[in-house]
Design a protein. Structure first.
Length: 152
């Protein structure tokens, strides 16, 4: 049995283990990393080439282990962008952007959902997770400046 068939049978029997298998995301649980050369780090900001998100609904992640950065950036409208931490505050799983529903969805069994301002929409147990950190995004020409305090 192939992995794909096994996962398909798991959906029928026990539910979907991630957002993509549940049909909630077109990202198949992971976001693409920002293209090489499209990201620069400055003191207090991440600068992203807006061309990396050409269409409304596009999203990507910026990860830099050395700087302890794991940010999700999404184009939510023609000239609208959001940037939030990409790590779920409930269980630490990666988050993905679901444009059709305008929220972030935890790919770790789909337990938690977050609004685009970082507030918690849904969580799996009685202990409410903390909101996500949302970052201010400024567009200047073809560049997006994501203001991340404390970034050296």
């Amino acid at each position: 049995m192939t992995r794909r068939k096994w996962l398909g049978s798991a959906i029928a029997v026990g539910g979907a283990p991630c957002a993509c298998l549940a049909g909630a995301s077109r990202d198949c649980c992971t976001l693409a990393a920002a293209p090489a050369g499209s990201v620069q780090f400055e003191r207090g900001a991440i600068v992203l080439d807006a061309g990396a998100l050409p269409a409304t609904g596009d999203a990507l992640k910026i990860v830099d282990e050395q700087r302890k950065v794991q940010v999700l950036v999404a184009r939510t409208g023609r000239k609208q962008f959001v940037a939030l931490d990409q790590k779920c505050t409930h269980g630490g799983g990666a988050l993905t952007y679901v444009h059709e529903q305008k929220h972030l969805y935890c790919t770790c069994w789909g337990h938690s959902k977050f609004a685009l301002d970082g507030s918690v929409i849904r969580w799996p147990n009685k202990q409410t997770p903390k909101p996500l950190r949302a970052y201010r995004v400024e567009q200047s020409g073809s560049s997006l400046r994501i203001l991340v305090g404390g970034l050296a």
